[in-house]
Design a protein around this ligand. Structure first.
Ligand code: FNR
Length: 395
């Protein structure tokens, strides 16, 4: 909507030059308990930090005097033409980072021409997002003990017009995230002196949140057996999520769904082969953004052997630590078909809502384009290991 402050707001958004800028702004605007949920990793956070560090270590090969006038960044992902080799990763509780967060992020992604993935543990439901944004977004599934509920979720994803199902396998139990335990993270937030103070110190966030009816798990409350109230998030996950999941269940999910299936959370080449055998149409090499197995390798260091194992059979995507267009090019150079971003867009969402996600995607696009130009690369098809110098990222 237009108003008197629009030009000033536009100028302010334009001054945000990097994902770091969005992160700083998000830290000032999102209550600490939800900011910490986004920013944190599990246990010592060593894998979380390794994701970013191992990407940053990869050194580009500068090539000059090549025609880089027109740079084409479009890529087909699971048969759909996307404006960038990028998808928005599923993130739980995005609707607590900003009121109606999932709807706003899905809208920004759609306008930018990249897929958005809605988490099982989102605040806005499948139906909310479909109603406000239309279909085509992806849905991420966790397998819970109640299989009838899982089957019903798959049906709801179909009814919502989802374009792909993303099955996350790296969370049979939840990694301990110290900050969430200390903050008493629960959804809806339990009112304690500390949480109240955290929320009231972000009045704009509070005002928006009070103005929206969507403040708890939209896909789950009122549907799954035994869910409700304000159990601590980790406790609730441990009650609901099914630790018995095996490749047979992956094949079951594929049969129930029938459409494009993405298996997320693979870090091992044997698992990658088993996933493709079980029916995966694409994989996401991922350690859940360093939020699960602390001490696991960074995603970028695990990527090459997985591309070597199954890259000829399936689309291998990766996520974890992508904070710039430079990082996207690094991942593509090591064989990723596309990357996913989690925190990068959540920082945008927390900073400025839909405009922040739009800005995040524009920053990544500009940086990817510029980095390709400076590497002498005009199309994604020309990107390979030669874009990097000494691309040995094994630990
Ligand atoms: C996640 N991630 C995640 N993955 C998933 O399959 N289902 C989920 O509900 C969530 N929730 C979630 C919440 C938050 C706050 C974060 C940061 C991450 C993992 C996510 O999909 C992705 O793997 C990572 O975010 C990638 O790492 P970066 O980009 O955040 O470094």
């Amino acid at each position: 909507e237009m108003n008197a402050t629009a030009p000033a707001a536009t100028a302010r958004v334009a001054r945000i030059g990097s994902i770091d800028d969005l992160q700083c702004l998000a830290r000032r605007r999102v209550p600490k308990l939800f900011y910490d949920y986004v920013d944190g990793g599990s246990w010592s956070e060593s894998t979380y930090h390794a994701n970013e560090k191992d990407l940053a270590r990869l050194c580009f090969r500068q090539r000059v005097a090549r025609d880089v006038d027109k740079i084409d960044l479009r890529r087909r992902i699971l048969g759909h033409s996307c404006s960038l080799p990028l998808t928005l990763a599923p993130t739980g509780l995005a609707g607590m980072v900003h009121a109606d967060g999932e709807i706003l992020a899905a809208r920004a992604a759609k306008a930018a021409g990249v897929p958005f993935t809605l988490s099982t543990v989102s605040i806005c439901s499948l139906e909310d997002v479909a109603k406000h944004v239309g279909g085509g977004f992806w849905f991420q599934l966790y397998v819970m003990r109640d299989r009838e509920f899982v089957a019903a979720l798959i049906e709801r994803a179909r009814a919502a017009g989802c374009g792909a199902l993303v099955l996350t396998l790296d969370l049979p139990i939840q990694g301990r995230r110290h900050k969430d335990v200390k903050n008493g993270l629960s959804v809806p937030p339990r009112i304690t002196p500390a949480s109240l103070l955290a929320m009231l110190s972000r009045p704009a966030w509070c005002a928006r949140m009070l103005g929206t009816p969507r403040r708890t798990f939209g896909n789950i409350v009122g549907h799954a057996k035994g869910v409700g109230g304000t159990a601590a998030f980790a406790e609730w996950v441990s009650q609901q999520f099914d630790r018995t999941v095996s490749w047979r269940d992956v094949a079951w999910v594929k049969r129930q769904w029938g459409g494009p299936l993405v298996v997320k959370g693979v870090l091992d080449a044997d698992d990658a082969r088993l996933a493709v055998d079980a029916g995966a149409d694409a994989l996401v090499v991922s350690n859940h953004g360093g939020r699960q197995l602390d001490g696991a390798p960074s995603s970028i260091s695990a990527l090459p052997e997985i591309v070597a194992a199954v890259g000829h059979r399936t689309e291998v995507m990766m996520d974890g630590g992508v904070r710039s267009g430079q990082d996207i090019l690094r991942a593509l150079a090591l064989g990723a078909h596309a990357v996913s971003i989690g925190r990068a867009y959540l920082y945008g969402l927390g900073a400025l809502g839909e405009a922040g996600v739009t800005r995040c995607l524009a920053i990544l696009q500009d940086e990817l384009e510029a980095t390709m130009a400076l590497c002498g690369l005009a199309e994604l098809g020309a990107v390979d290991r030669r874009a990097l110098i000494g691309a040995d990222v094994a630990h």
